[in-house]
Design a protein around this ligand. Structure first.
Ligand code: XLS
Ligand code: MG
Length: 347
């Protein structure tokens, strides 16, 4: 079992948000990334999740040498703050060239842009001493199915994964599935899809999964089962814990905020599998409520972290003998009441 203090936590600078949504502007003053990094340690976090342009804002305008130089400055800043870069993800959804997708775009020149950007992302990651590249395949999908050939799209994603493995022989690729948003239908909606790509790749030992709780819920699946599936294949590289209230827009609610029992089961599966013992992070991907007063807002991060640790204690204090008795007797009604009462602190 893990020592409670051994869990390491991470979040991305975008998690300290200004509260803008598609229907309104920022409600808190912009807060530069450099100032966010100083908050990590005091808040109890040591890992930083990055997009490539979180490391080098405006990266498309720079030469390769400038990119590496600017990334080097971030490496020094991280070292000074005692922080570890957990991963770098290419942001393949803001540029004009990614309007119709990146690796699966119907336009050859747009696909070429996506590949150039991916190589730059890998170079930036290496320049800050990070070997993990997250692929959240945001726009790899369609609004109408007739728009693209899905079979070809899957082949193009696999070809890109293989090309990335060739481009750098040390990086790992962590695929973060999500079933929708911004697209109506995404091509890699679940961890099953992600791991099929892994095993089809030329080096599956370097292609793993990152599971975000809300993404699994949006697919109508239980996040703890998605995590267990990846763990059963020894392919759970990271998690993005958060919560989601039903099938709506991607909410990134606080961990446990919508469904405490679903959160408990994620912690149970992670804890029982010894997740984290090899240095894997407990990543959060949570957004502060737009309606929350204050600036910057960080309570959603500390509260989600605290909730994770409370639930670890709940997992450890379960009466395993009693649970086994319920299972042996096939008394699942009794087991459910026991779990609910345990979560309520009744024993
Ligand atoms: C979006 C994703 C994103 C990734 C990193 O829904 O969760 O934040 O974690 O690109
Ligand atoms: Mg995420």
């Amino acid at each position: 079992m893990n020592d409670l203090t051994k869990y390491r936590f991470s979040f991305g600078p975008w998690n300290i948000s200004e509260g803008a949504d598609p229907f309104g502007v920022e409600v808190r003053s912009p807060f530069p990334h450099e100032e966010k990094y100083a908050l990590y340690r005091p808040l109890g976090f040591e890992g930083v999740q990055f997009h490539d342009d979180d490391v080098v804002p405006g990266m498309d305008q720079y030469t390769h040498a400038q990119l590496i130089e600017k990334a080097g400055e971030v490496k020094t800043m991280l070292a000074n703050q005692g922080l570890t870069p957990e991963f770098v993800a290419p942001r393949l959804w803001f540029a004009e060239q990614t309007t119709d997708g990146a690796y699966t775009s119907n336009s050859a020149s747009d696909r070429a842009y996506a590949w150039e950007r991916t190589k730059k992302c890998i170079d930036i990651a290496r320049a800050i001493n990070c070997k993990a590249i997250v692929l959240w395949l945001s726009r790899e999908g369609t609004y109408i199915r007739e728009a693209k050939c899905a079979k070809l799209a899957y082949q193009r994603i696999l070809d890109t994964i293989n090309a990335m493995l060739d481009y750098d022989s040390e990086i790992e690729i962590w695929i973060e599935p999500k079933p929708n948003e911004p697209m109506d239908h995404a091509y890699v909606p679940t961890i099953g899809h992600a791991l099929a790509l892994s095993f089809a790749s030329k080096d599956h030992s370097r292609v793993k999964g990152l599971i975000e709780s809300a993404h699994a819920l949006l697919a109508g699946l239980d996040p703890s089962d998605e995590m267990a599936f990846a763990l059963a294949h020894d392919k759970l590289a990271s998690v993005h814990l958060n919560d989601q209230n039903g099938l709506k827009y991607d909410q990134d609610k606080n961990f446990g905020g919508a469904n405490l029992r679903v959160a408990f089961n994620q912690v149970r599966v992670l804890e029982e599998a010894g997740y984290g013992k090899r240095g894997e992070f407990i990543g959060l991907d949570v957004k502060a409520m737009r309606t929350q007063r204050g600036c910057p807002v960080t309570a959603h991060l500390t509260n989600s972290r605290a909730m994770f640790l409370h639930l670890v204690e709940k997992v450890r204090s379960q009466d395993q003998t009693l649970i086994q008795q319920f299972r042996d007797a096939r008394d699942y009604e009794g087991l459910e009441l026991y779990i609910l009462q345990h979560l309520l602190g009744m024993h």
